[in-house]
Design a protein around this ligand. Structure first.
Ligand code: Q46
Ligand code: ZN
Ligand code: ZN
Length: 307
């Protein structure tokens, strides 16, 4: 017997775990996009006229983010950061290009190796690769957005990412992180820290994979070679096992966190930000961690458009 869509009786495309129901392809697409729209409204992520820079890695989450935002009518452009991690980065860039071509969205590409002389993983440092990779990506997409007058940067973080990050931060009692997570980080420091938004905040990885399949979105499935054994994966596995037993665990955990986030905010020791002596961007010390790490003596400029 074929399982049918709860809404229209056509053959089911997916079984949703939470709420537990079956939907056909069309009704699943509708459900998914409604959820994104609701996230944007509920958490006030974007206004209709804002210019959005979507960061695309070549993977599924960022591809779906860019695609849905465009489909919902937002004014978006994409940025791909080629990290210079050998073949993995070449493939990632290829996918990002094909995605943006298919979505008819302008794409900008920044190559870390050309820009800074070395790729991620090639710098001699005690700092873990993922730590300076994260620092580099965050700096580049923020500065790129700032230099080009974007109102917001959209990333592909999903419910599984958020739940595992909060879980990991709790396990380590990292109260600074716990004070600052969420679907939106407002613009700060006279706009030099551009607003960050996560439109897929309430969607699971499984739903995102299904949506990409339903809409024919092609994406790179390879994992970054540095991701192997990342602790966040372990936390994800634990949460998945709990979700299996009690559907809704992840979303309730994340929503509960948002309701209680102020507890951690009260403890936040907010150091006054100042302008980095090299690049002028917000910094905790005299020179920002990005300029310090890469030993920069003059600021990077990403301006690609007039005005
Ligand atoms: S941080 Fe680490 Fe990722 Fe950068 S080095 Fe690869 S795994 S890409 S999300
Ligand atoms: Zn249906
Ligand atoms: Zn700097």
């Amino acid at each position: 017997m074929t399982v049918k869509c709860r809404l229209c009786g056509r053959p089911a495309f997916i079984k949703l775990h939470y709420p537990r129901t079956y939907l056909c392809r069309e009704h699943f697409i509708e459900y998914f996009e409604r959820k994104v729209r609701r996230t944007i409204e509920r958490y006030k992520l974007l206004k209709p006229d804002e210019r959005v820079l979507a960061v695309v890695s070549g993977g599924k989450d960022s591809a779906v983010t860019a695609y849905v935002l465009k489909k919902l009518g937002y004014d978006i452009e994409c940025l791909h950061i080629n990290l210079g991690i050998g073949e993995y980065s070449e493939k990632s860039e290829e996918y990002a290009r094909k995605q943006c071509e298919a979505f008819e969205v302008p794409l900008h590409v920044v190559r870390v190796k050309e820009l800074l002389g070395k790729g991620i993983g090639e710098v001699r440092t005690r700092r873990p690769v993922c730590s300076y990779c994260g620092l580099t990506k965050r700096y580049i997409f923020n500065k790129f957005a700032y230099d080009n007058g974007f109102d917001a940067v959209a990333t592909g973080h999903n419910l599984d990412d958020e739940a595992s990050f909060i879980f990991a931060s709790l396990m380590n009692w990292n109260t600074d992180y716990l004070a600052k997570q969420g679907p939106v980080t407002p613009s700060q420091f006279n706009g030099k820290l551009v607003k960050k938004v996560k439109p897929l905040y309430e969607l699971t990885e499984r739903e995102i994979v299904a949506y990409a399949l339903a809409e024919g979105i092609k994406y790179l499935m390879d994992e970054c070679p540095h991701a192997v054994g990342a602790t966040t994966l372990k936390y994800k596995n634990i949460l998945n096992a709990m979700e299996e037993e009690r559907p809704g665990t992840k979303v309730n955990f994340v929503k509960g966190y948002l309701r209680n986030r102020d507890l951690f905010r009260a403890r936040l020791d907010e150091r006054e930000l100042r302008e980095c002596k090299v690049c002028g961007m917000p910094s905790n010390g005299e020179v920002c961690s990005f300029c310090r790490f890469w030993g920069l003596e003059k600021p990077l400029e990403f301006r690609v458009r007039e005005g």
